[in-house]
Design a protein around this ligand. Structure first.
Ligand SMILES: Nc1ncnc2c1ncn2[C@@H]1O[C@H](COP(=O)(O)OP(=O)(O)OP(=O)(O)O)[C@@H](O)[C@H]1O
Length: 574
């Protein structure tokens, strides 16, 4: 819980100016509450004494009550504002961290679980500052009551103190139990969200397989666990509520008994006994912290889950500028593995600037991983990847991203506000300055220009108004990569949905007008490998060969790589 508590403390500091208002109203309100019994006691005494000065005390009573009401009202406002500000701060930093970590984050945690942590859990952590202040503010009247009782009579505070020890123990146990139970509850919520998001992602498959009922059961499978944690929380709440609730009347009786004896012996006035009774109630009001402690416990549990997200090391970028160069890409002793098993092992490879290299190999040999390493979407566990002699880790983020363009098999098209982003925005995504000529030229190379111009608003067509086929989306993704990557283009199976003719045309552009840039192309088609200057043939995590396709073709093992899913026509083309 250490990391969680540290995060709660950081969130507290981010509460902004409203935190000050909350603190002032909480302390002010507590002090006024503390003054109220004294003022009322003096009013009673002046009434008993025949009414001398009663008007002044009545006025004081009114002023104190008005002050209490004002503090409470402003406090409610400040509570909302503080929580909103703290949650917003945490959500912003968390989102930056999660997106900055990149694909490593979604490999570590399911997306639904991430959404729950970034959404619900962050909001719960945001309530921590308010819960902490209100709980602490409750200590003030309690401490004040002890002092006031001591001033009235020396025996009275001991009675209250005994009760307070009891209440503190109850609250401590409640905080501990509720934190544990809340953690379980929130974890199950994350599990439910992950299952739901999985099911939504596969909605087409579920509909096609007719398994909606079975899938709904699978999504809701953790419900009994959620219920168990929920019931546990209610039980803990009820138990602590009863225990703390019992303490107040018991304390009142005890103080009244002691105070009554002192009254009988003439050591206490009626007004003092009245004030003492009020102070006991005020002091034991600490038990009202139960609700705040519950919120604090939920916030701590949520902070634990949020802190897990922040635990991953963020991707760090260097400050070394990229020197002028042709885009030479070098893998030097690069290794990376999964669960202790190497996927790519000791790769040494130099792709000369301006060349086109196809990466081939059987499914699962690490072609996509090699592509990800080439553009620092993943860092190697050992070894270095260099662009024009500079390790990618040393490059500033903007220079790195401007130098390397990525296109994927299933690109996600985006470009600003969800409902406003246009096709031009999607292609220009990541460009430091928007130049329509660059966008149009990139689209032309990706064979997207013609179909875009046929749309009613051309490049200004909103993405949501342009439902696209898989191949069309791939072409927009390619155009985006072509527009951005000034030195190196990494195409990870990015032409798989294109028809043969379009794929050929894009291939022509890759070897024609895009020739000035280094190109790394993960290829499943023979034609793509044949057009490249060289082929990297991956096998069992190592480079089996780095050669021209025409040379490799003589090897039956190489030809077998293309056999999965290819027709003989394509093979002949090789
Ligand atoms: N960041 C990573 N770190 C370690 N291993 C990874 C990482 N990303 C993927 N892998 C693993 O690397 C292996 C190869 O995956 P990859 O997607 O690179 O294969 P591929 O050759 O592109 O396959 P296919 O042709 O089927 O797309 C898989 O077992 C995958 O789980």
């Amino acid at each position: 819980m250490r990391a969680a508590d540290r995060l709660v403390a950081r969130t507290f500091r981010s509460g902004g100016p409203w935190l000050g208002v909350l603190l002032t109203t909480a302390i002010g309100g507590a002090l006024l509450q503390l003054a109220l019994p004294y003022v009322m006691g003096r009013t009673v005494d002046s009434l008993v004494a025949g009414g001398a000065g009663v008007d002044g005390w009545l006025l004081a009573c009114t002023a104190v009550v008005a002050g209490v009401v004002a503090c409470e009202s402003l406090g409610i406002w400040a509570t909302g504002a503080t929580s909103a500000q703290a949650s917003a701060w945490l959500r912003r930093s968390l989102l930056r961290h999660v997106l900055g970590t990149g694909p490593a984050m979604t490999r570590r945690l399911p997306e639904g679980d991430l959404v729950t942590r970034l959404g619900m859990n962050t909001e719960e952590v945001g309530r921590a500052p308010e819960a902490l202040i209100t709980t602490a503010a409750l200590l003030l009247p309690t401490a004040g009551s002890l002092v006031a009782l001591a001033l009235i009579d020396v025996w009275l505070p001991f009675t209250l103190l005994a009760g307070l020890v009891l209440i503190t123990l109850v609250l401590r146990a409640f905080l501990r139990d509720t934190t544990t139970l809340s953690a379980g509850y929130q974890k199950t919520q994350g599990d439910l969200a992950s299952r739901l998001l999985d099911a939504l992602g596969g909605a087409r498959t579920i509909a096609a397989a007719g398994t909606a009922d079975a899938e709904a059961r699978r999504v809701l499978e953790p419900l009994p666990v959620l219920r168990e944690h929920g019931m546990g929380l209610w039980r803990a709440n009820a138990r602590a509520g009863v225990q703390a609730g019992l303490a107040i009347p018991l304390l009142e009786v005890a103080v009244l008994a002691v105070g009554g004896l002192r009254l009988a012996s003439g050591d206490l006035s009626v007004g003092e006994l009245y004030a003492a009774a009020r102070y006991v109630v005020l002091g034991a009001g600490f038990s009202a912290a139960l609700g705040h402690v519950g919120r604090l416990a939920r916030a701590r549990a949520a902070a634990g889950r949020v802190a897990e997200l922040l635990a991953g090391t963020p991707v760090e970028h260097g400050e070394r500028p990229l020197p002028a160069g042709p885009g030479t890409l070098e893998f030097r002793g690069v290794s990376i593995g999964l669960d202790g098993k190497p996927v790519l092992d000791g790769l040494d490879l130099v792709l000369p600037g301006g060349t086109a290299t196809a990466v081939v190999g059987r499914s699962g040999t690490g072609k996509s991983l090699l592509a990800a390493l080439a553009g620092r979407l993943v860092d190697p566990e050992r070894g270095t990847v260099l662009l024009d002699g500079v390790p990618l880790r040393d490059l500033p983020r903007d220079e790195l991203r401007q130098a390397i363009g990525f296109a994927f098999e299933r690109p996600t098209l985006m470009g600003g506000a969800l409902d406003e982003a246009t096709l031009e925005d999607a292609i220009a995504l990541g460009l430091p300055t928007r130049d329509p000529e660059v966008v149009h030229a990139a689209a032309a190379s990706a064979r997207a220009d013609t179909f875009i111009r046929q749309l009613p608003d051309g490049y200004a067509t909103r993405l949501q108004d342009a439902p696209m086929s898989g191949g069309e989306k791939q072409r927009i993704g390619l155009a985006r990569a072509f527009a951005q990557g000034r030195r190196l283009l990494v195409l990870d199976d990015a032409t798989s949905s294109l028809d043969t003719v379009t794929e050929y045309q894009v291939g022509e552009a890759l070897t024609g007008r895009l020739r000035g840039r280094t190109r790394l192309i993960v290829a499943h088609r023979v034609g793509t490998a044949a057009r490249a200057d060289r082929v990297v043939w991956l096998e069992d995590g190592r480079i089996r060969a780095y050669e021209r396709h025409s040379v490799l073709w003589a090897d039956p093992g190489y030809r077998a790589v293309f056999q999965d899913g290819l027709d003989t026509g394509c093979l002949e083309a090789g």
